[in-house]
Write a protein that binds this ligand. Structure first.
Ligand code: ZN
Length: 195
């Protein structure tokens, strides 16, 4: 009798079961709050759907593993760290950070992983009131590396590094920028670049 009860229950469950697309969307967190709530209430009492979800989970876990090498793992992201060049500073008492800014006090130096980055900010001779940045990256493979200048979420301008790691931006309005250098295996971010 208990056995009949169970199979009857199973049949009844399936009538009210969400379809597999709904279960999939539930698992991926794509359902509205109300719909997700209904599914989770159903899962609490339905062993069949619970099993379906478990199978889906196992499938997705396998898929995720096989996808990994082509996504996250390969790209290293570094936030560039500003280096103070004590040796070349003209101020023997130690130069405060803001005194290093601008074209007259030498390039800004950064370190990011294996890379060293120097940025020379100058007045752009061809565009009065505008600035230019001459950049040089050392210590990494610079082939096919793109230098991108951003303001907020928008890209202001982008160039490709030459074979020895030089790049330049010209005609820039003074302001605060972010610089990213992105290649096939790494990405370097320079934040709060004031020119
Ligand atoms: Zn069910």
């Amino acid at each position: 009798m208990a056995h009949i009860d169970d199979s009857l229950k199973a049949a009844l469950y399936r009538i009210t079961c969400p379809d597999s697309a709904t279960l999939g969307n539930y698992h991926l967190g794509l359902l509205s709050e109300t719909a997700a709530h209904q599914v989770s209430n159903h899962l609490a009492v339905c062993p069949l759907c619970t099993r379906d979800i478990a199978q889906l989970e196992a499938f997705l876990a396998e898929t995720a593993v096989s996808l990994q090498p082509s996504t996250g793992e390969r790209i290293k992201v570094w936030i560039a760290k500003r280096i103070r060049r004590g040796g070349q500073s003209r101020n023997m008492l130690g130069t405060p950070a803001f005194a290093m800014r601008g074209g007259d006090t030498g390039p800004l130096m950064y370190e990011a992983g294996d890379a060293q980055l120097s940025l020379e900010v100058q007045d752009d001779p061809e565009h009065p009131g505008r600035k230019s940045i001459l950049g040089l990256v050392l210590g990494i493979e610079t082939e096919a590396v793109e230098a991108k200048l951003l303001q907020g979420d928008g890209v202001v301008t982008a160039v490709t590094l030459d074979e020895i790691g030089n790049f330049s931006f010209t005609g820039l309005a003074p302001g605060q920028y972010q610089l990213t250098l992105s290649g096939e295996t790494m990405e370097i971010h320079v934040q709060d670049l004031n020119i």
